[in-house]
Design a protein around this ligand. Sequence first.
Ligand code: CMC
Length: 376
Amino acid sequence: MAPEIMKGLKDVYLDTTESSFIDGQEGKLLYRGYNIHDLAEKSTFEEVIYLLLYGNLPSKEQLAEFDVHLKANRRIPDEVIQVLELVKNSHPMDALRTGISAMSAFDPEVTDNSVDATIRKGIRLTAMGPTIVAAHHRLRQGLEPVAPNPDLNHAGNFLYMLFGEVPDQETTNLLDVDFILHAEHGANASAFGARVAASTISDLHSAVVTGVGVLKGPAHGGAAEEVMKMALEIGQPENAEEYCRNILDNGGRIMGFGHRVYKAEDPRARHLRDRSRALGEKLGEPRWFQILNYVEEEVMVRYRSRGIFVNVDFFAGSIYYLLDIPDDLFISIFALGRIPGWTLQCAEQYDDNILIRPLLEYSGEMDLEYVPIEQR
Ligand code: CMC
């Protein structure tokens, strides 16, 4: 009897997790039991990293100590800067992948796959991830990397290292919320990829490199960049209908819509929608939000009955664009937010490991006769 094929592992539970809970029908997301709406509105990325990696909200003292620790781990060795210089013409995600890989040569615990060492390494990678992305971005423009600034929080310091200027509080908060919204999301493709690497008892650096590689595709983290490209091509709200029709009538997809798990609105999208609108108005550039809003409310409204709603990536790109962040950096920001989630899931994998190794049903030819090359 032919086996049942679970194509794309759709609806397959591969394990249990204490990382995040997703109710795709209701559009609900919890990190370690806490609602994403509360975390987005009331928490900070630093606190969310702590929550994810240690399992509970920190006290004031614990958070202050953790913050000092994060800041102390922001610097990357000169050798890694040299590697980034060598690959300065690559896509920022490729540079991040290479940078994390290179960091494995300098981490004293690289081969220690205990849960505690994994959490410690994950904190270091979370802390230095922005330094890698920002250094590569500077180097590719022929500029010197900017050293981390301990007076700034994680989000503010990233913007500072990217642009060489201390960002205002509002901009810092925008990126802080964005990092929170991207921090963890169940068995998404990149976390699954990271778990597969961890399940062979490969190390966290290899698993995070895998996660970065898997995230890069437009069906996963690359959608934000594609959405902004679409908004720029549309140009004006009145062009949106025809533009989207052309795509949809030809069997294409509108990026930033649809989700494997959510059949209701992605709860993360709300926070970025509100912020995209507010930022556009503040900067006197409401056009991008208007275009996106038209696509959501007038074009894609017809897809809601099929369970296709905006996802986290739909409004993210417009925010980055308005903050003058180049479009090829959008996915890297997603990746920087996701390092704690990958780390936690790898720690869970190591803690109760089983090699992840599904089956493929063979559909090719059988028992062919080997013909020597001279006779073919
Ligand atoms: N625009 C138009 N139609 C769509 C879209 C879309 N964005 N997404 C799904 N559909 C349709 C699809 O054509 C298919 O129709 P039919 O049944 O007639 O063939 C149906 O919905 C189901 O699609 P699917 O590909 O079987 O669903 P999936 O669960 O495999 O796909 C997805 C999930 C995210 C890959 C898909 O919705 C998509 O390609 N979206 C655009 C890319 C995107 O925004 N990705 C970011 C995902 S959220 C960020 C993250 O966590 O990674």
